[in-house]
Design a protein around this ligand. Structure first.
Ligand SMILES: Nc1ncnc2c1ncn2[C@@H]1O[C@H](COP(=O)(O)OP(=O)(O)O)[C@@H](O)[C@H]1O
Ligand SMILES: CC(=O)N[C@@H](CCC(=O)OP(=O)(O)O)C(=O)O
Length: 292
């Protein structure tokens, strides 16, 4: 009996959030640690299924950096990163597309469906969802000056065509997107998955963007968690070296998404079971909110 009362009171606490988000869109970037452990894969799948069940239009974008690294290593291909983006030559692009669309996407769709959901996998090529041009990465040179660096087939998303996502939603499916885009000439492009999540959230006018990662959130120079960061403070955190590497695309895609009208953007600890439900349905802050 006590157990039932506890369950009912938890549900009552969640009700205002359920009402608020029902019928709205939430975009979730799935990556890092949450993909590596069975219990976290299961809790992720169950959270996504629950969101869909209560009427939230749920869209998943997955990463796969560690899986790409593993396969590149097997082929003896070395890759480097510039400001969190993988330098992607033609050979690397082949591996990236194979791993993201042929392996990781299938696995993520598999976890969700295995636990009772209806996920359908696609990449940015399907329905021309993510049209890209080559991204030139801006690098500040010591002693001043800025240089635009060509990092290969890394995509700058210039057009999002969400019709395919809307068609899947109508059919009751949960779209699971691999971060590969297409140029107007048919060239495949490698896109950072956080960037894809931000662009898709903006195109769908999402209520929330949640980036699951392998740390507790954005930390300051002393290693303390910053539970909220005003949008205007983000450039300085990058300039002064507080935010580096893979955290750069995360914070910048949150600021871009907020500027494009997404209501809330969060960087959340994917190592916590049911991190998504805790973020959406409770007052417990479990990461960093980038505030508009
Ligand atoms: N200020 C910061 N706060 C937290 N993590 C940071 C910060 N700056 C850089 N990082 C690094 O960013 C990483 C998260 O980015 P990434 O490895 O690309 O994650 P994911 O695989 O989840 O996309 C963290 O593991 C951490 O090493
Ligand atoms: C351009 C670029 O860097 N693309 C990423 C795509 C995968 C990704 O973003 O995976 P995570 O979210 O796990 O890091 C890459 O090649 O690793």
């Amino acid at each position: 009996m006590q157990h039932l009362i506890e369950k009912a009171s938890t549900l009552m606490e969640a009700l205002p959030y359920i009402r608020r988000f029902s019928g709205k869109t939430i975009v979730i970037k799935y990556g890092g640690h949450a993909m590596a452990e069975e219990k976290l894969r299961k809790s992720f799948a169950l959270d996504i299924i629950l969101l869909k069940y209560i009427g939230i239009n749920t869209v998943v974008v997955h990463g796969g950096g560690p899986q790409i690294n593993e396969t590149l290593k097997r082929y003896g291909i070395v890759s480097e990163f510039v400001k969190g983006m993988r330098v992607t030559d033609a050979e690397t692009m082949g591996v990236v597309e194979m791993v993201l669309t042929g392996q990781v996407n299938r696995e993520v769709v598999g976890y969700i469906n295995q636990h009772g959901g209806r996920a359908a996998g696609l990449s940015g090529k399907d329905g021309s969802l993510l049209v890209c041009e080559k991204l030139l990465q801006e690098i500040r040179r010591e002693g001043g000056g800025v240089e635009m660096v060509d990092i290969g087939f890394v995509g700058d998303v210039v057009e999002v065509n969400p019709a395919i996502l809307q068609a899947l939603e109508k059919g009751g499916f949960i779209p699971v997107i691999a971060p590969v885009g297409v140029g107007r000439d048919g060239q495949s492009y490698n896109i950072n998955a956080d960037v894809v999540a931000g662009k898709v959230a903006a195109a769908l006018g999402a209520e929330k963007l949640i980036l699951l990662t392998d740390v507790s959130g954005v930390k300051d120079k002393e290693g303390e968690l910053l539970s909220s960061i005003p949008l205007a403070d983000v450039p300085a955190l990058i300039e002064n070296g507080t935010v580096t590497g893979g955290m750069i695309p995360k914070v910048t895609c949150c600021t871009d998404a907020l500027a494009a009208g997404v209501k809330k953007a969060h960087i959340v600890d994917g190592r916590i079971e049911h991190a998504i439900l805790l973020e959406i349905f409770t007052n417990v802050g479990i990461g960093t909110e980038i505030q508009a």
